[in-house]
Write a protein that binds this ligand. Sequence first.
Ligand code: ATP
Ligand code: MG
Length: 251
Amino acid sequence: MGILEVKNVNKRFGGLQALGDVNLSVAENTVHAIIGPNGAGKSTLLNCLVGKLIPDTGSVMFAGQSVLGRKPYEINQMGISRVFQTPEIFGDLSVMENMMIPLLAKRDGSFRMHAIESLEDERELRAEAEKMLDEVNMLDKQDMHSASMSRGDKRRLEMAMCLIQRPKLLLLDEPTAGMARADTNNTIDLLKEIKEKRDITMCIIEHDMHVVFSLADRITVLAQGTPLVEDTPENIKGHPKVKEAYLGEAA
Ligand SMILES: Nc1ncnc2c1ncn2[C@@H]1O[C@H](COP(=O)(O)OP(=O)(O)OP(=O)(O)O)[C@@H](O)[C@H]1O
Ligand SMILES: [Mg+2]
């Protein structure tokens, strides 16, 4: 049994069947990629994994517990964090202040700095943030305003903001979308490092096949809301059903 188990998930938006009978099992400490053409239902599926969307039918279990209907901070407390397509950082805050937000959010969903309870509390939060920044080689940037950083550094900061919650499952929706090749390669290196050093399972949605084949242990190909094939990267390469799924789209 996988740490993440999706069973018979269906989701309709009006007349559109965005997800049709999705089954997915993700083994602990692996990287599972979900690929598929535009509109295949990838983001919809990810939204179901973080409790943001409730499927019409089916179940989503993480470590034996249902994620459905839970608030974002409850999802964080279960050990799930998510990286969005565009880095979710606060440009007018410093790197250090950004790092404190997920620590506060994990407590009760509060994003406010005044949720810091005391000087002692602030010292502890700072110490934890410094430790994490050190782990991702960003300690020297702690006082920088995040708006002035490169796209790659913003992504690195956002990743650190997820990792500081010590997730068991990291969900990534196109983490390299719109990036220059150099930033994409940096992100691949960072994700490889995370994979090697941590006890973590990752589910990644990605259009860039270079990213997928560099990282994934298993790949699910989604087309029109339904998994077409699931296999290892070696077997997915050149698979006729994958070509069929991407027909009409430059993949
Ligand atoms: N909230 C919504 N209301 C109505 N339709 C929606 C909604 N969210 C998604 N859809 C539709 O559901 C289908 C799947 O969308 P989804 O965003 O999951 O695709 P995707 O695979 O992530 O695509 P992309 O690669 O472009 O990000 C699309 O046809 C989309 O237009
Ligand atoms: Mg999407």
